[in-house]
Design a protein around this ligand. Structure first.
Ligand code: GLN
Length: 201
């Protein structure tokens, strides 16, 4: 596969920023708003934004079930921030009935870092992308509170106020980060996802 086709779920959130980075990483990018658009994809990104809104719009547009189906049929997905909430098996501090795709076996707490540190930046040591550290931008971010056996932890917050909080995970060909790599110039997380899609990572 030379140029994989990667969709960005375009219901709400920072769709354009992800599309631009994926383009730079060599992917052909499509904005996804309808179930039938999922069939032509090699991978899918779910952007940051507001998970309750994305989830409600996906349900209202009849997109949630096709998303679950596509991902369970092997479509790799990368969820960032609100997208991490969307791919989680369980949401803590969600709204009643908040639905997810549930393809990564993690329990995720929404807005977990609290009001004092609602938005912050933190350098992260992510072994699979190497040095230098990755500059993580967190905006009303979730954290991962528990993980299943098949989940690989890629990054945790080293900070004393939230010791060991997991903020990046991978399960098979699915990836999630609590932070926003599309808001930095560092392409390594998107490159990792493109490599996963190509079967090269
Ligand atoms: N707090 C938002 C949510 O729960 C996520 C924020 C973000 O994506 N920047 O969906």
């Amino acid at each position: 596969m030379t140029a994989p086709t990667i969709g960005v779920l375009a219901l709400q959130g920072d769709v354009r920023e992800h599309a631009a980075v994926l383009n730079e990483c060599g992917a052909t990018v499509r904005a996804i708003r309808k179930a039938e658009e999922l069939t032509a994809l090699d991978g899918l990104v779910i952007p940051g934004g507001e998970s309750t809104t994305i989830s409600k719009l996906a349900s209202d547009l009849g997109l949630l079930e096709p998303l679950v189906q596509a991902v369970s049929n092997g479509l790799p997905v990368y969820g960032s921030c609100a997208g991490m909430v969307l791919v989680a098996r369980e949401v803590l501090d969600g709204v009643p009935g908040q639905a997810t795709i549930g393809c990564i076996d993690i329990s995720v707490r929404r807005n977990a870092f609290g009001r004092q540190v609602a938005s912050f930046e933190q350098d992260l040591d992510i072994a699979c992308i190497g040095q230098p550290m990755f500059h993580g931008i967190f905006i009303r971010a979730p954290w991962v509170e528990s993980i299943g056996d098949k989940v690989q932890v890629l990054a945790s917050i080293p900070d004393n106020s939230a010791v060991g909080r997991i903020v990046a995970v991978r399960q098979d060909r699915n990836l999630a980060t609590a932070f926003h790599p599309e808001l930095t110039d560092d392409r390594r997380i998107h490159s990792l996802f493109v490599d996963i899609v190509k079967g090269q990572a």
